[in-house]
Design a protein around this ligand. Structure first.
Ligand code: ADP
Ligand code: MG
Length: 264
């Protein structure tokens, strides 16, 4: 099976700071990864590399079997679906939800002079339906709740039928109900064999959707652990990643963590 992401000894430096420190990581086509780590661990930097927005200072990166540095990133980027707070900021608030999604077919933000065909409109509607957001299609993006915006952004990211889906903290800012709705939606996508390889960035093990297969844990730009979820999300790894003694539980496909309260 072909690797959709292959990083070997990737280091990213900015001035004196080391944002990523010799990270090696492979993601295969049928895998769904969660990337966990505290604020500042380098998660967003890692997704910038994976989405061909940023080149490493050192190391080699293959995205969809193309080597960064020797491929035209403008041909590569449409093959990758990305959602992040920074991208959400750039969505015009007056744009209708339907147009936010359909305009991704041409990789633009804001509907302008492009001519969309019926297939594009049908695909946008069916993605909105799949994400439980069909009723929002005529609304403007600015009038949506935070949870509704997250769904629309994921529909937009899927519009170009990407081979790799990257979600940077999609649950940030959601209330409990919003988070649970999003976890269910992401779980449905994870179990769908037609879904692209997926990488979900989060701070919280509670946000790992059932159906996700692997975890990468980062602290201060370094990989603490990586591999199958069950083997990676251990008390030892989680405590090392977040820098405090944590206990972890796994029940009904969901994970939870809290500070360890007494010596064991
Ligand atoms: N352009 C930059 N110059 C220097 N430091 C940066 C720059 N961008 C990010 N950083 C720092 O790199 C670290 C990793 O950032 P980031 O990848 O955004 O972490 P995360 O997404 O895990 O919170 C943080 O400490 C951040 O302050
Ligand atoms: Mg981040």
């Amino acid at each position: 099976m072909a690797a959709v992401l292959d990083l070997v000894d990737v280091t990213v430096r900015r001035g004196d700071s080391v944002l990523l420190d010799r990270v090696s990581w492979t993601v295969e086509e049928d895998e769904r990864w969660v990337v966990l780590g505290p604020n500042g661990a380098g998660k967003t930097t890692l997704l910038q590399i994976a989405s061909a927005q940023l080149f490493p200072t050192q190391g080699s990166v293959h995205v969809l079997e193309e080597r960064l540095g020797s491929v035209d990133v403008f041909e590569l980027r449409p093959r990758i679906g990305l959602t992040s707070a920074a991208l959400a900021e750039r969505i015009p608030r007056h744009e209708t939800v339907h147009d936010v999604v359909v305009s991704a077919a041409y990789g633009v933000l804001g509907r302008w002079r492009e001519m969309y065909d019926d297939l594009d409109h049908d695909r946008a509607e069916s993605l909105l339906r799949e994400l439980g957001a069909k009723h929002l299609a005529p609304r403007t993006f600015g009038t949506l709740s935070e949870g509704e915006r997250k769904r629309v952004q994921i529909a937009r990211a899927l519009m170009s039928d990407p081979e790799l889906l990257l979600l940077d903290e999609p649950a940030a800012g959601l209330d409990l109900g919003g988070r649970e709705d999003l976890v269910s939606t992401l779980s449905m996508l994870a179990y769908d064999p037609d879904s692209p390889a997926t990488v979900l960035v989060s701070h919280h093990v509670e946000e790992i959707p059932p159906g996700f297969t692997h975890a990468l844990m980062l602290r201060q730009g370094r990989v603490v652990a990586a591999g199958l979820l069950d083997q990676t999300i251990t008390e030892q790894h989680l405590s090392a990643t977040f820098g405090m003694p944590l206990t972890v539980s796994h029940e009904d496909g969901r994970w939870a963590a809290r500070r360890r309260t007494r010596a064991r």
